[in-house]
Every structure is written in C-alpha cells, then in structure tokens.
Write a protein that binds this ligand. Structure first.
Ligand SMILES: *Cc1c(COP(=O)(O)O)cnc(C)c1O
Length: 228
C-alpha cells in the first residue's frame, strides 16, 4: 500500500547512509518535488515535518501556493522558465533552481519586491550539453556568475544540474563531479561563499551525495508515480 510516511522514512534512510559513506554529517537537504502531485500529498508530507517543496509547472504551482498559504512551506521553482512568466516566480517563490539565461536572472531581480529578502537562486548547468536540456554550458557559467552577483535582489546560492540519465553509478558520479569542480572553481575565482549544489533525484541521489550535493530533488521515490 502507498504510504508517504514509509517513503519519507526510506528516503531519509538513503540520505543518511549516503552521507555516512561520504563522511558527511547532516549536510544534505531534501527537496520534495511535488509537481503533478495533489495538495493532499503535500499537506501529508508537510505534517511529517517536510518544509521544502519543489514545483516545475508555474500555473499548477501558483494554485498550490495560494491554496496552501496557511502552511509555512518553503517553495522552490525548478522548472523551465519562460521570460514572460518571471513575475509570479519572482514574487511567490523563495528559491529558483532553474535560472538558465541572463535575461531570466535580470527579470527575476527587477521583479522581486524590494521589501522582500533576496530571491535565492541557482544557475542551471547543462552538464552533458544535451540539446533537450536548458542551462549554461560549463564554459558559459563563469561569465554568468560574474554578472548575476551584481544583481541586488538575487542571492546566488550555487549550481543546479540534471545530468544525462545513466544506470551506472560511476557515470553518474563523473557528471556530478564536474558540477562540484565548477562550483569550487567559481567560489575561488570570485571569492564567493556559494553553499548549494542542487543535484541528484530519486534514481541517482547516492551518487550525487557522494560528490557533494547539498540539495537533492526527489519526486517519485517520495510521492509515487505522478498523478497526471
Ligand atoms: C521532476 C524533477 C525532479 C524529481 O525527479 P524524480 O525522478 O521524480 O525524483 C527533480 N528535478 C527536476 C528539475 C525535476 O523536474
């Protein structure tokens, strides 16, 4: 029988084990990816103590955020961003993981309320330069960082990637290691304290944690198959 509580405990166990194997203690945060899942499931998981939820489809996300206003949920946007849809993203979310071009960063900055804390963002990197995926290439991301750090309403927290799927853990690790290496290099080059590597999903979270992930984005392993 489907039990969100069981799934939650299993994921927490997987995180703990992967952290132990990497000699890391309490460094990995779970982002529950609730896209295409009902609000009931979000509330159930929230009541078990989960605070951070990720959504990919803006219209669906807006409805959920409005309906669930009474819950102190931290909302993360992780999906593709159309430039004419940045305003609600800038205003409703606490985090955006999928900033994939400078124009989007600029618009999010301009549309974030002045009175609100800066919007936490990650730059999305297209690790395997797949045409089906968005994101900066590894070579473009340095100049993007240089510009984004001057936008006052954005707080650059780190990098995000969705590497090419692989069934081989060594291949998964290699991809995540590339992101980690770039992350370290950027912190050094620009004297930054970026603290977030958003990488790893239901199928490859162990590999991601072994390579330094600080946020893993887990959907199906928590909520089951998506509803629509
Ligand atoms: C859907 C999605 C996830 C979650 O994927 P699962 O395989 O269901 O864990 C993570 N990150 C992004 C960007 C997604 O769109």
């Amino acid at each position: 029988m489907f039990s969100i509580k069981n799934n939650y405990q299993q994921i927490q166990q997987r995180i703990l084990l992967a952290e132990q194997q990497a000699n890391r203690v309490d460094e990995v945060q779970l982002l529950a990816v609730s896209k295409r899942h009902t609000m009931d499931k979000i509330v159930s998981l929230h009541q078990l103590g989960q605070l951070d939820f990720g959504e990919s489809y803006l219209q669906e996300a807006i409805e959920k955020i409005e309906q669930l206003q009474q819950y102190p949920i931290i909302w993360h946007f992780i999906g593709p961003i159309q430039s004419n849809k940045t305003r609600p993203i800038a205003q409703l979310f606490d985090w955006v993981h999928s900033v994939d071009r400078l124009k989007i960063a600029q618009r999010l900055n301009d549309q974030r309320y002045q009175g609100k804390t800066a919007l936490n963002i990650c730059l999305q990197v297209n690790i395997n330069t797949e045409t089906s995926k968005s994101g900066f290439s590894l070579s473009e991301v340095n100049s993007a960082v240089e510009q984004v750090i001057n936008l006052p309403q954005l707080k650059l927290r780190g990098l995000m990637a969705i590497p090419k799927k692989s069934a081989y853990i060594d291949q998964q690790k290699q991809n995540f290691a590339l992101l980690k290496e770039k992350f370290n290099q950027l912190n050094q080059q620009f004297s930054l304290n970026m603290d977030t590597l958003s990488m790893g999903m239901s199928g490859d979270l162990e590999a991601a944690i072994s390579q330094g992930a600080t946020i893993i984005r887990v959907g199906s392993a928590l909520f089951g198959e998506r509803d629509k």
